[in-house]
Design a binder for this molecule. Structure first.
Ligand code: AMP
Ligand code: MG
Length: 487
């Protein structure tokens, strides 16, 4: 099932990981298996009878030589020289239908040499949350690790009290993080940093091998994918919550769904995570934090650049300083789609920012406002004077809508409406819905709400008339203000 591929992480020296097997669990049971992803990975033979023993680590797939990866990282700005997979084990790599290698990893599979006193386990709630949110992100078109299976272990894990244990099978295009580079750089192991960079180039950025300065090209390529990724987050109102350098994958996929959440009301300073006391990872801080993390990556490469250090710093700095422009480019392109602006004009940025300001002042729901705007565009195809489809708009929104109408009335409205509908989701994993599904699963072993949420989140841009409850913001009493890491 998982053969050794030629870009296997196992081909790197032993310092990069620890070889070990998952710790067996009492009575594994499949909660959910992702048939579509299994087919993508060429594991279709498993789809009919997914094996709980396999996705709990009780049995190993043929050809598997499991390992836990070493990494370091800046956590809330503080450098921790040794982190690593404390509760995850890489089973191996599968080759997907497109011929790309994809890591298959168990999360919650028992202690490793990197557990630092932790139990190596995961509770059911966070496993289901990661399943829901990562698959929702994929359906929204945002690069992400995927969820192949969720298994209950039949064993308790002890956090504030006893909770049911579970294991997630995570699929990623790789698990190398900014913190993986930092791990070796902090030890002064430059040859290992160089080997890691070569591996990452081979796996993710083969074009960089041909560049004059492959490492600078790699830095720039990683930056480009991060700029695009974080723009994608911002456009759907996603807040990662723990953008530590160990939680930033160099592949450009969203990774590590801990206290993440989607914003309901638009407020740029929104923070959900209970551990983010100073709002370091607030919604609006995500782009500058991504840039800060990339600067930490750049530092690990400096000693390897074939030039004097002063010039190396200057060149790497020039790359990092390009982040805001790259981010802005992706964000604006996405905003134009959300607003149905088929042709770029100089005042587009103003139009977009002014809408956000109105939403902020009105306390409007981010997702619903954009979806209603798409609906308005659709209705305007028949009747250019169509009214706002929601409750009566504020004066500020009314004024803004007039500017937007003037802007979009010329040109192909039907095409605009279609673009908007496919760019503004009707459903996102709203926190109150996610919490409700998790509660039912944890307290009553009722997986119905979880299954319904998985189903509706798989097609977020469809008209969700039969799923009305999932398109609506929380009532004041349903509002969730805080999320927890769940480790
Ligand atoms: P996270 O906050 O999930 O990104 O994890 C930060 C670090 O803590 C990583 O090295 C994890 O592997 C480790 N960790 C988190 N939870 C556990 C756990 N239950 N047991 C052992 N290590 C853990
Ligand atoms: Mg992590």
């Amino acid at each position: 099932m998982l053969e050794q591929t030629n870009d296997s992480y196992r081909s790197l020296p032993g310092r990069f990981y620890s070889l070990l097997d998952p710790t067996p669990v009492a009575s594994p049971r499949i909660i959910r298996f992702n048939q579509g992803l299994a087919a993508e990975l060429g594991l279709a033979s498993l789809a009919n009878a997914p094996d709980a023993a396999l996705f709990s680590g009780n049995e190993l797939p043929v050809g598997s030589q499991p390992l836990a990866m070493a990494y370091a990282g800046h956590q809330f700005g503080q450098f921790v020289p040794q982190l690593g997979d404390g509760r995850a084990i890489l089973l191996g790599e599968a080759t997907d239908r497109q011929g790309r290698s994809r890591d298959v990893q168990l999360k919650g599979s028992g202690p490793t040499p990197y557990s630092r006193g932790g139990d190596g386990r995961a509770a059911l709630g966070p496993v289901l949350r990661e399943y829901l949110v990562s698959e929702a992100m994929h359906a929204l078109g945002i690069p992400t690790t995927r969820a192949l299976a969720a298994v209950s272990t039949g064993e308790p894990v002890y956090r504030e009290g006893a909770l049911p244990g579970a294991i997630l099978t995570r699929v990623a295009s790789s698990h190398v993080r900014v913190g993986t580079f930092q791990y070796f750089a902090a030890r002064g192991e430059q040859p290992a940093v160089a080997q890691l960079a070569d591996w990452v180039i081979q796996r993710h950025y083969p074009d960089c091998a041909e560049a004059d300065q492959p490492l600078l090209a790699l830095l720039e390529a990683i930056q480009e994918r991060q700029a695009s990724l974080v723009a994608g987050w911002m456009l759907v109102g996603f807040i990662h919550g723990v953008m530590n350098t160990d939680n930033m994958a160099v592949s450009g996929e969203t990774i590590d769904y801990g206290p993440c959440a989607f914003m309901d009301r638009y407020d740029p300073r929104t923070v959900f995570s209970s551990i983010d006391r100073n709002g370091r990872y607030a919604y609006i801080n995500q782009p500058p934090i991504a840039q800060w993390n990339l600067a930490r990556l750049a530092e690990t490469l400096l000693p390897l650049l074939p030039m004097d250090q002063e010039q190396a710093v200057a060149e790497a700095t020039a790359v990092i300083e390009g982040f805001p422009n790259r981010f802005q480019h992706h964000w604006m392109a996405g905003m134009e789609r959300k607003l149905g602006l088929l042709e770029t004009r100089p005042d587009d940025g103003r139009l977009a920012h002014d809408l956000l300001d109105v939403m902020h002042a009105d306390g409007a729901d981010y997702t619903l406002t954009f979806r209603q705007l798409s609906e308005l565009a659709q209705n305007m195809v028949e009747d250019s004077g169509a009214a706002w489809p929601g409750p009566p708009p504020s004066q500020a929104l009314e004024d803004w809508l007039q500017r937007w109408r003037d802007r979009v009335v010329a040109g192909d409205l039907a095409q605009r409406a279609q673009l908007m509908k496919s760019s503004n989701p009707a459903v996102i994993p709203r926190n109150h819905q996610v919490e409700r599904a998790l509660e039912a699963a944890i307290r009553e072993q009722d997986f119905g709400p979880f299954e319904r949420l998985v189903a509706v989140l798989a097609a977020p841009f469809d008209d969700a008339d039969q799923w009305m409850e999932f398109t609506q913001p929380p009532e004041p009493t349903e509002q969730v203000y805080q999320t927890f890491c769940g480790t």
